[in-house]
Design a binder for this molecule. Structure first.
Ligand SMILES: Cc1cc2nc3c(=O)[nH]c(=O)nc-3n(C[C@H](O)[C@H](O)[C@H](O)COP(=O)(O)OP(=O)(O)OC[C@H]3O[C@@H](n4cnc5c(N)ncnc54)[C@H](O)[C@@H]3O)c2cc1C
Length: 460
């Protein structure tokens, strides 16, 4: 058996792993990046990018369907799902090529294809070769979970299979009203499917501000999506023709397809982590706030680490760990400052605390909020979207501690919202800055004007 020596050995080439490799290489560290499937991981091949391409195709379908509203007569003749998939694959493969180029040009990155196993707290073995690192970064990501007794196969799928369908279900049940569930529900509805979303908690997108959940529920019902929240799934059975879902209430629902979108588990088991003394908690790898595991030279990044499962969190984790190992003492990542976007129609974007969380943290009497309705925003009216921007601040001149938005395309506004939150700006700090008219960004400016006591296109 031969050994190869590196400053960092990274296991997993998804968002967290490859970001770590690229930054480490910029810092002159010698890196081994080990990936058993495709560089880019879930986000590029089975997550963010392909789903957002589908959502864009869905937006095009909606526009074609509704174009007469704008006085433009088109006819939606149909959706050719193979062509949609071709367009989606084109986007993915262009980005994949670009990423492969970045990694292969990384001055000090050795890319290794194969299944890696941690065989010591400083070594990963792949096909008989040991890659020894002064530091090891675990970045093996996550997988789509199911429920006990609910087997994936046939007409019962997770997002992995849903992305590769070469047909459009005429009736589909989405089990789980979280981010992935509502995004697929939105796509299929735009493609003409009859869609039912089942959520066990009292509201869909339960991690979001309550008023945002309500607004999405309303918008989905208006779009003809059936939302059943606060109902408990009992079981699902399938035949060649259909899948039947039973609820604990005794109600049954038939469909062509059942998407199981009940969350993602962490992929920390089966790679030798526990055997070399790393603490693994049901697949998750607990770390301190410097992303260090219980073994000091072993770090974990991305979806493996309990918290938000988002690609940009993985990127930031990867960059952080590379800088930490290089001795740059990077600033600890504030999980609350990580922007969250759900790309269904209408979109949802948020950062910081919900009003309820803020009241828990700062005291119920110390928090105030304001909701700016997109009805007063010119660009939103031009686009024909309803929605709002809700700001949460602490009283007595305190900063903005939460921004919550819903409406078509509001995801694009999250950048400024994030800076306002992270820089602890007050509405009075933001109010003097001019926001371009007519943009949706202006709505963010107007919300701050209103909360600073000088509303413009809003009632005082
Ligand atoms: C349908 C869907 C939509 C999503 N949309 C968004 C979105 O819009 N925005 C967003 O921010 N996030 C989104 N996400 C989440 C995002 O994809 C993840 O947060 C991100 O991919 C996590 O990166 P990671 O590096 O931790 O893990 P992964 O991307 O899962 O990468 C882990 C890699 O490790 C490799 N690996 C595992 N074990 C081994 C081993 N033993 N040896 C070698 N290689 C191994 C795997 O092959 C994989 O490539 C979405 C996810 C899904 C499923």
């Amino acid at each position: 058996m031969s050994d190869q020596n590196f400053d960092i050995v990274i296991l997993g080439g998804g968002s967290g792993g490859y970001a770590c490799a690229l930054r480490a290489s910029q810092l002159g560290l010698n890196v081994a990046l080990i990936e058993r499937d495709k560089l880019g991981g879930t986000c590029l091949h089975r997550g963010c990018i392909p789903t957002k391409a589908l959502l864009h195709a869905a937006e095009v379908a909606d526009l074609a369907r509704d174009s007469a509203h704008y006085g433009v007569y088109t006819e939606l003749q149909g959706i050719d799902i193979n062509k949609v998939n071709e367009y989606r694959d084109g986007v993915v493969s262009k980005l994949y090529k670009g990423l492969q180029g970045l990694v292969s040009h990384g001055k000090s990155i050795t890319y290794i294809e194969g299944n890696g196993r941690l065989v010591a707290n400083n070594a990963v073995e792949v096909d008989g070769t040991r890659y020894v690192g002064k530091n090891v970064v675990l970045a093996t990501g996550s997988y789509a979970r199911s429920l006990p007794g609910l087997e994936i196969g046939g007409r019962i799928v997770t997002s992995d299979q849903a992305l590769n369908l070469d047909w459009i279900p005429s009736k589909v049940i989405v089990l789980g009203g979280g981010v992935i569930g509502v995004e697929f529900a939105s796509v299929w509805r735009s493609f003409g499917s009859e869609v039912t979303v089942i959520e066990g908690l009292p509201r869909i997108v339960p991690a979001e501000e309550e008023s945002v959940s309500k607004a999405l529920d309303r918008a989905f019902r208006k779009r003809g999506i059936t939302v059943k929240a606060g109902v408990k799934f009992a079981n699902a059975t399938q035949t060649d023709e259909k899948v039947t879902v039973s609820l604990e209430s005794g109600e049954t629902i038939d469909a062509d397809l059942l998407l199981v979108a009940v969350g993602r588990g962490a992929n920390g088991s089966g790679h030798g982590f526990e055997e070399v003394g790393i603490t693994v908690d049901r697949g998750w790898i607990p770390t301190n706030d410097r992303l260090q595991t219980n073994v000091s030279n072993v770090y974990a990044v991305g979806d493996l680490v309990p918290g938000l499962q988002l690609a940009h969190r993985g990127f930031q984790h990867g960059i952080f760990v590379a800088e930490e190992i290089a001795g740059l003492n990077p600033r600890v990542i504030d999980e609350k400052a990580i922007p969250r976007v759900t790309y269904c129609e209408p979109e949802i974007a948020s950062v910081g605390y919900t009003e309820t969380q803020a009241k828990e943290k700062y005291g119920a009497d110390n928090v105030e909020s304001y909701e700016y309705n997109l009805g007063g925003n010119g660009k939103s009216q031009i686009l024909g979207t309803a929605g709002f921007i809700k700001l949460v601040r602490t009283k007595n001149g305190g900063p903005i501690v939460g921004v919550h938005m819903i409406g078509s395309r509001v995801g694009e506004q999250i950048g400024e919202a994030q800076l306002i939150y992270a820089w602890e700006a007050t509405p009075e700090d933001v109010a003097p800055y001019v926001h371009a008219h007519p943009t949706q960004n202006e709505a963010l400016g107007e919300a701050h004007l209103a909360l600073a006591g000088k509303p413009l296109h809003a009632h005082a």
